[in-house]
Design a protein around this ligand. Structure first.
Ligand code: CMC
Length: 428
């Protein structure tokens, strides 16, 4: 902390506000005592200028297109690490030793099975229910099955519930898929990697062996790394806010899943691929670019723009490269990739997108890869939720372990009627 101060003048009065410094990134003005000293609130819907917490997990420099997890650049993690190692890093703060890594993988693997009664829970959903609807329900229901790890004041409980959530999410997501296509659920297979196991539970059938294709496993694992955390985004803030009341972690993560579902957040990967299919051929791109620029048309280029990145999203760079790797491994081509590349090129040369600093985000290319691997678009956001669970539980743990933690409770600018007397029906 530095002893820099900000000065706030309200009428003739001047107030000193402390300035706090992080390790990197903008300083923040500490306004915690503002209401007590001035009787005023600040107004910042959408939190465009508000730091809601201190965090040592993830850093983003949106102007430069930098994303660091515990200090490590996302490009290096995507290239050299694994999703399990990133999960360990996020939860524990440092990269694991070889032994710690092996132990962690065994721990997660041993938690992948679901309570058998949860299978019946699935039967209550319609077969055409969206996987995210099923994920919200099933993850919320976990708290009814795993009572023995819901004492949030106990660090051991917090650790076990975090491991359970990370471990069970692939099983839950794969079962949501299996239920929608009417195939039997596949039990986890402990000899496989986290990601290989997920692919088998999704695409395997009990009638035959399933062979994990290493290049696909690697691409999928990388996609999980790219989605693991993204500091105080909407769903993470939802998890923190839900958790600030002392709610159990399973309920908090279910709240995060609900928030992630929206098309402005995790739902954008599904929307982006649907949009690319709708565009269909490169000659139709100019029409859609014009629509995106038209203020009277609600259409936006999905997979484009970001609240924080005003530069190329570093995750989109890795995604674009991964599309080619998956196409090569599966010996497939998808004309929609050509549409995406052309759309990106045209948008990046268009004054509207240049002025507003709108670049492709993580969702622009991810759908093309997931579709090539065989996932239906409705599963895309469920995969995002699976991966983001690492960030959610790491952020939730960080918040609960912080002795300064209090319930999150924003204030408001009230614009409704002033006090008035109740009027009986016959006088209205
Ligand atoms: N297409 C066309 N115009 C856009 C787009 C877009 N994709 N994104 C932003 N703009 C315009 C917007 O109309 C506004 O123009 P003006 O200043 O003239 O009113 C300006 O750019 C700023 O947009 P904003 O909506 O005020 O910015 P925001 O920070 O509130 O929204 C966003 C960020 C991601 C919600 C938005 O860019 C968007 O809707 N993008 C499409 C959805 C998407 O791809 N979401 C995934 C985000 S990355 C993954 C994740 O976080 O889950």
């Amino acid at each position: 902390m530095a002893d820099k101060q900000a000065k706030l003048a309200i009428g003739a009065e001047t107030y000193d506000l402390p300035i706090m410094e992080g390790t990197v990134g903008p300083d923040v003005v500490d306004i915690r005592k503002l209401y007590g000293t001035t009787g005023m609130f600040t107004y910042d819907p959408g939190y465009k200028s508000t730091a809601s917490c201190e965090s040592a997990l993830t850093f983003i420099d949106g102007e430069e297109g930098v994303l660091l997890h515990r200090g490590y650049p996302i490009g290096q993690l995507a290239e050299h690490s694994s999703f399990m190692e990133v999960a360990y890093l996020m939860l524990n703060g440092e990269l694991p030793s070889q032994d710690e890594y092996e132990d962690f993988k065994v721990t997660i693997t041993r938690h992948t099975m679901l309570h058998d009664q949860l299978r019946q829970f699935y039967q209550g959903f319609r077969r055409d229910g969206h996987p995210m609807a099923i994920m919200c329900g099933v993850v919320g229901a976990l708290s009814a099955f795993y009572h023995d790890s819901t004492d949030i004041s106990d660090p051991e409980h917090r650790k076990i519930s975090s491991h359970r959530l990370i471990a069970k999410m692939p099983t839950i997501a794969a079962m949501a898929y299996k239920y929608s296509v009417g195939q039997p659920f596949m039990s986890p297979m402990n000899s496989l990697s986290y990601t290989g196991n997920f692919l088998r539970m999704t695409f395997g059938v009990p009638a035959e062996d399933y062979e994990v294709i290493p290049a696909v496993e690697k691409a999928m694992d990388r996609i999980f790394i790219l989605h693991a955390d993204h500091e105080q985004n909407a769903s993470t803030s939802t998890v923190r806010l839900a958790g600030s009341s002392g709610a159990n972690p399973f309920a908090c993560i279910a709240a995060g899943i609900a928030c992630l579902w929206g098309p402005a957040h995790g739902g954008a990967n599904e929307a982006a691929l649907n949009m690319l299919h709708e565009i269909g051929t490169p000659d139709r791109i100019p029409h859609y670019i014009e629509r995106a620029k038209d203020k009277n048309d609600p259409f936006r280029l999905m997979g484009f723009g970001h609240r924080v990145y005003k530069n190329y999203d570093p995750r989109a760079t890795v995604m674009q490269k991964t599309v080619r790797e998956v196409f090569d491994a599966l010996k497939v081509k998808d004309p929609v990739f050509e549409v995406a590349l052309r759309l990106e090129e045209m948008a990046l040369h268009d004054d509207y997108f240049i002025e507003k600093k709108l670049f492709p985000n993580v969702d622009f290319y991810s759908g093309i890869i997931l579709s090539a691997i065989g996932f239906p678009t409705t599963m895309f956001t469920a995969l995002f939720a699976l991966a983001r669970t690492v960030g959610w539980v790491a952020q939730w743990n960080e918040m609960i372990s912080d002795p300064a933690q209090v319930i999150g409770r924003p204030r408001q600018l009230y614009t409704g009627p002033t006090q008035r007397d109740y009027v009986p029906f016959d006088k209205r």
